[in-house]
Design a binder for this molecule. Sequence first.
Ligand SMILES: [Fe+2]
Length: 511
Amino acid sequence: MRKLLGYAVIISLIVMPLFAWVAGPTTLASEVAVASKVIPAEDQFFIRGPTVNFVTNHSAMIFWRTNETTDATVRYGLNESVMESETNSTLDTDHRITLESLEIDTKYWYQVVSNGTESEIYHFLTAPADGAPFKMIVYGDTRPGTRDEPIPEITHQLAELVAAEEPHLILMPGDFLYEVPTDHELALEKWAEVTNITDMLGHYAPVYTVLGNHDEGQEGPRILEYYLDAFELPAEPRTYYSFDYAGVHFVSLDTEETDYWGRFVGEQYDWLIDDLTNDDSPLKFVMLHRPFYPVFHIDNGVDTVKSERDALQQFFEEQNVTAVFNAHDHVFIRITVNGVVHITTGGAGAPLYSTWWKEAYHHYTRVHVSPNHVSFEAIKVNSEVEERYDLPYTGHIEITLRAFPNASVKQPGSMPEILYSEPPLQTYYSWDSASNSTTLTGLPEGPGYHTLDVYAQGSDGVWAHEQYMFRAPGTTTISPPPPLDPTLPLLIIGAVGIVVVVVVIALKRKS
Ligand SMILES: [Fe+2]
């Protein structure tokens, strides 16, 4: 019996590590590490913040929350040792103090004090003068992949990198958590995970957000109380707003209105038209969660009703919108449509969506802004610039395919959507290398692979050419290799175990 027990121990010592190896790297360690960062609110004196909000070139509002009613003081200054202070002696748990008469484009150090308890010392930048350059970070979809997972470790890593950038401001186009739990305590816990990150960013720069489809209760009525509580935003409780920063106009839209997902109707539509029409800033940025031209969530973005999407795109062109930032597709993609840059930046932690168009990677987007030059850079977790785009654009006309993927299966007559970075002077389309047509008609009849050649002439007279491939339904395709039989590794482990047992028994008998 003893011998048997000994053999069992030996086998388990050999087999268990092999099992772990076959199962692949586990995420348990990182999950535990992330979970431990979420300190239960009751153990903290400062439950939220402090965060810096509504920063202008001469003012900033500092917000924080304490776990009991306290007075409120902000100490601030141009260095950590010489600080003046602003106090509100009214006892409360939520504290908002606006600092005035600040210097333009200047780094300020600050800490908050409640009932004599001091916070850490943080710093932020005031806005530069209108027309002066500034740096902002844009990134979205910081959520986990399932309802039970904590916010991914990659999200924490990216947040640390973003804070280290010391940007003037941060835009986050939504999807902060997997879902809003209907249980209040659980909802508080999940949102505390979110604000644990966003308040860390908010220590150093104003954070502007929009709602993602995961942030407001996807099933049933909208649950907005936690989202509105998590962020200090203009125009609350309205979920869309605009603001100006350094002479640049920012518009933030809500793509999640009940029954109008991805659409803008009623009051928000009227407000948007009015807001952009009455603004004459040289640069205008729009932020929203769902893309105009999705690559993964096709027909689930602003393209849900294509005629409405196209009308809004045309309106943005007329209003000289510089760029539109969105998330929802978990990938970095830049597409320019008739001069309006669309940046999808949804790779901040949620499961990546690689598509026919694009290999996805975790990232944030760094944007340097000045009236005569804007650069967009996708920054990977290793801090390297993976992609870059500059305005003004000096290249030739770009041709881009949307509406369905290259190499996808489509019915005859289905229309791909061809987009151009500027209105082309002339276009030619050719299915299966047949004669050119100046207009695009649907897929040709018949099974098999079909190619579409697109030629477009830009304003500089240069022709661009792209070729796309589609398969008609019923086409025989080469089957991918069968997946590895999952029982095979177990058989190998079993065989190794038996060999070890036999060797051990033989050695024991010999001795
Ligand atoms: Fe989304």
